[in-house]
Design a protein around this ligand. Sequence first.
Ligand code: XIL
Length: 363
Amino acid sequence: MVAAPLAGKSASSLSLNAIATRKGLRFGSAIASGAPGADRGSVANPAYANLVASQCGLVVAENEMKWQALRPTPTTFAFERFDTILRWAERQHLAVRGHNLLWHQPKWLPAWLNTYDFGTTPHREAERLLTTHINTVLRRYGQRIGSYDVVNEAVRPADGVLYDTSLSRALGGAEPTLDLAFHTARVAAPHAQLVYNDYMSWEPGNAAHRAGVLRLLEGFRRRNVPIDALGIQSHLVTQGPDVAASVTRLQRDWRQFLDAVTQMGYALLITELDVRDNGLPADIAVRDRAVAEYTRGYLDVTLSYPAVRDVLSWGLCDRYSWIEGFEPRKDGARRRPSLYDTQFRPKPMREAVAAAFATATSR
Ligand code: XIL
């Protein structure tokens, strides 16, 4: 594809999605639901919603499609909060990803499911619960959702072994559980891209996690499980002030991982980009520059794989990022994980993402 000239618009006045689209990419973000007027990263907060709508081509619900949100009890579904996001996105002509149909860890499943009594034929009851969940969600949304994280984070980072849950114990193992999820999704939504999503990053300490994900992806292929893509969450962590050295050091293992995944025929997505600014001084200008350079290095390497088509950040601005609550900085300075600051102003990271898109090869 030959890129058209920028037609008088400077790169910074173009939206990130417009810059991405020129290369056959899409840019998106997570967004939440919330009460009108609440200071949240939600569709009901015009300051945030307008920013997302102005920069993105697609969105994903931060929490509203997870079992904990959708399944208050074994027999009921609560769709309203997710529906609010979907309706808003459609009014803005934004595509929507589904996240997720099975977060395969007890910690992220509803309490009722972790203590559920599967009765005298546990295998059958677990199969019924899981397939009912997936079928109900997929049939409800039909063509309105084109891509799903069918399974999220099934691999234990420490040793690469699959987690167990009440569902997988009843079903006789993690593999049959994950396989069932994908097979069910394929039949219920044949049009949709089916994704395995996880956070095996390029930083040190992730080798066992990456190896476990590769084993899982190989097993899926061997067993003919219908999966189209690996979602790479990309919750990045800076490695100190010498960013160029970190990028050089980290990219060898990362390319090896991406080579192995793409050689198996999987597409790739960056699904949850943000950055923990570790090992950097509190000084905002210094930090923001290092975060931007690190993001740029990561994107340049990862976007060199034409198998990547979508890049989504996990929220667009520092004001609402989950990172502050997940892992605050040791020095107490507020985290700056996102492309825009707490006042919705673009940061150097925003320019880094734009530049990475602008220099990416077309796909
Ligand atoms: C996070 C949300 O951002 C938080 O609001 C929530 O409390 C926990 O989940 N990997 C994922 C996302 O797949 O769903 C997580 O989102 C972040 C890590």
